[in-house]
Ligand binder design. Structure first.
Ligand code: SF4
Ligand code: SF4
Length: 461
């Protein structure tokens, strides 16, 4: 269904039952339905861009559940994003949020910021780390930055490993492009290493695009659409280049003609698509950017700046990349039998519970596939928990901006997680990971990791 206007809201209330914020606050003004009515009033100029309006619109995790539930086909997500942009102009975000957006906007700033954060952690006394909190999370419970950014430790092209099915470096099963995102690159290197280990072990050649940067979702959430367009252009160009390569050989000819006319660019786009089985993400928020946001963003702001930024991108490329984007766990689900067969017979079984991030559920619909993996693979002893699909309250910077609401969302999850008696709490979103780990205490033995970490270990990697 194409996106329907706000006026089509029949006020049925179905979105209230899925909205994590409404479920905690139980106030109509905190519901998706009310937010739409506020936006409608603002568009009719019945409401001004006041601090209260900004607060009511921002009190949302951008989880996308309301869009999925709405029978009237309203794209809340897109409307909220537009509204945030308007409100950010009139009511700037607090300095901490603006600083974060500034940092994420350029790769060199991110690299520098990550390095300084690592040094800062080393120099901060443990007592202070425990005392100071970001939202509800003590600084001591935040992950350490990687010693080196992941991408600087991995080859640009990782060849396929020899497999039982006969695939090898010279005869790969296929070729995938891996978009690492910034959290894996700077914070969770072991997730990226495990992702490459598993994919090459399945017989895929893995290409990591040069020059990629933050997906831009944090900018979109905070109304900085122009900045998001810049990040989109950087990433689409980087992924396009990686898709066009064949086994590490750059196709300079294709790139030369690409700049000359649209037909040649489309042809190059088709060639690139044949050359790449999937664009893999290990974070479904990055995945949502590639799959849902970039094609839409490409079609907006068609001014001269936008044209300059996107001139190297073939017209069909955003849709092509969107169509190829797969979250790693759904992609592994396609290979469930191969993975089970390749696992070492004596692999350790780990008791695990799962937390399904909002973007995994609402953008990739991947939860059932993840549970299949957790039940089928010998490295897992899966323990169901009642609220695996409930939002944890992380939501980008939501845990920092609305710590009280976030804590209420987490309370029941935490009690259920502790009661399950598992060794690992698995999740496939970096912010959920920070939020789950940050909500546990030093007394908890439960470890929070991405599922690929245990799959890679189970394969003996
Ligand atoms: S589910 Fe859709 S139609 Fe129903 S109240 Fe919410 S926004 Fe309106
Ligand atoms: S995006 Fe999520 S948190 Fe925001 S209104 Fe919709 S359901 Fe509620």
């Amino acid at each position: 269904m194409t996106d329907q206007p706000i006026q089509n809201c029949g006020k049925c209330g179905l979105c209230l039952s899925v909205c994590p914020v409404y479920q905690v606050l139980k106030q109509e003004q905190a519901s998706p339905r009310a937010r739409l009515q506020l936006i409608k009033a603002f568009e009719k100029k019945d409401l001004s861009a006041s601090p209260l309006l900004k607060d009511l619109v921002s009190q949302c995790l951008m989880c996308g559940a309301c869009k999925v539930a709405c029978p009237s086909g309203i794209n809340h997500y897109a409307k909220f994003m537009e509204m945030r942009e308007q409100l950010a102009k009139a009511q700037p975000d607090p300095p901490a949020i603006r600083s974060l957006v500034y940092l994420l906007a350029k790769e060199y700033r991110l690299r520098m910021g990550a390095g300084l954060a690592r040094i800062g952690r080393r120099l901060t006394p443990a007592a202070l780390e425990k005392k100071y909190k970001i939202g509800n999370i003590p600084v001591s419970r935040f992950p350490e930055m990687n010693r080196r950014p992941l991408r600087s430790t991995l080859p640009r092209v990782s060849p396929a490993k020899d497999t039982a099915g006969g695939y090898s470096r010279g005869n790969p099963r296929g070729r995938v492009v891996y978009f690492t995102g910034c959290a894996t690159n700077y914070m969770f290197a072991e997730t990226g290493q495990a992702t490459v280990n598993i994919l090459t072990r399945l017989g895929y050649e893995v290409v990591i695009p040069d020059g990629q940067t933050c997906c831009g979702i944090p900018m979109m959430f905070h109304g900085a659409r122009d900045q998001a367009v810049e990040n989109m252009a950087v990433n689409l160009t980087a992924i396009q280049e990686a898709m066009r390569e064949n086994g590490g050989d750059t196709t300079e000819n294709a790139r030369g003609t690409a700049a000359e006319n649209c037909d040649a660019m489309d042809k190059a786009c088709d060639e690139a698509a044949k050359n790449c089985d999937a664009v893999i993400v290990d974070c479904t928020t990055c995945g949502a950017a590639l799959k849902d946001e970039y094609p839409a963003l490409m079609n907006t702001n068609a001014d001269s700046r936008h044209a300059t930024l996107t001139q190297k991108i073939a017209p069909d490329m955003p849709e092509t990349i969107a169509g190829k984007t797969r979250d790693i766990l759904s992609f592994l689900h396609d290979h469930i039998d191969d993975l089970a067969a390749a696992m070492k017979q004596d692999t350790s079984k780990h008791k695990v519970i799962y937390h399904a991030p909002c973007h995994s559920r609402n953008s990739f619909n991947s939860m059932a596939k993840v549970l299949d993996l957790l039940k089928a693979l010998p490295c897992f002893d899966y323990i169901p928990v009642p609220d695996a699909a409930a939002c944890c309250g992380g939501g980008g910077t939501f845990f920092y901006e609305y710590p009280d609401i976030s804590q209420k969302m987490m309370a029941k999850k935490l009690a259920n997680a502790r009661a399950a008696g598992a060794d690992y709490w698995l999740t496939d979103c970096p912010v959920c990971r920070i939020n789950l780990h940050g909500s546990l205490s030093g007394q908890d033995s439960l470890k929070v990791v991405h599922p690929v970490t245990l799959i890679s270990k189970g394969l003996g990697e």
